[in-house]
Design a protein around this ligand. Structure first.
Ligand code: GTP
Ligand code: MG
Length: 183
């Protein structure tokens, strides 16, 4: 048992998946765990959890992801999970500026709930839609803006598409590395 612990094989890392409603949290997790995408999704109520084992530096690492509801009325439920979390996947929708503006509030909520900042991956999701959205005059969030915010909040940054699967596994891999480093 001791040996297993040293390998980290029986340690389950807990990650909270947070961000405004509709940014694609559940979609990202579905892509990650089932390799599926649905264009019509229902909002998450409360919190769902999925466990995924990935390999980092040839070692297995098990991550339990808590998919929280972004809707305001469920916020207190989501927040009750922050204290036990080891890391954060914070999503915004790069075609919806408001969800990016709210990132800082989510970060404050984590510090408040967890009592400390947690290793955080900031994800600009719906990357596949940005070009078209911008062409239709929608105010979008650029890669530069995302990078800048991540740098100023000591988080790591990636742009993802749950729809196409772009950078989805990379996103969890990056976070896993942060979790191992934080040990
Ligand atoms: P809550 O559960 O309410 O907090 O929302 P959520 O963050 O879980 O969002 P959800 O995964 O339910 O996705 C909302 C909508 O965005 C759905 O219609 C998805 O199909 C769509 N969507 C999610 N990710 C992507 C993406 O990467 N690209 C595109 N084009 N659409 C996406
Ligand atoms: Mg959801």
């Amino acid at each position: 048992a001791r040996k297993m612990e040293e390998n980290g094989t029986n340690r389950v890392y807990k990650v909270i998946l947070i961000g405004d409603s509709g940014v694609g949290k559940t979609s990202l997790l579905m892509r990650l765990c089932k390799n599926e995408f649905k264009s019509s999704m229902t909002a998450t109520l409360g919190v769902d959890s999925h466990t995924k084992t990935i390999t980092v530096d040839e070692k297995p690492i098990t991550i339990q992801v808590w998919d929280t509801a972004g809707q305001e009325r469920f916020r207190s439920i989501a927040k009750s999970y922050f204290r036990r979390a080891d890391g954060v996947l914070l999503l915004y929708d790069c075609t919806y500026e408001n969800s990016f503006i709210n990132v800082r509030d989510w970060m404050s909520a984590v510090v408040e709930g967890a009592g400390r900042p947690l290793p955080t991956m900031l994800c600009g999701n719906k990357f596949d839609m940005r070009e078209t959205s911008a062409r239709y005059g929608k105010k979008c969030v650029s890669t530069e803006q995302g990078k800048k915010l991540a740098a100023s909040t000591k988080s790591h940054f990636i742009e993802t598409s749950a729809k196409l699967g772009t950078n989805v596994s990379e996103c969890l891999n990056e976070l896993a590395k942060l979790l191992l480093k934080a040990e």
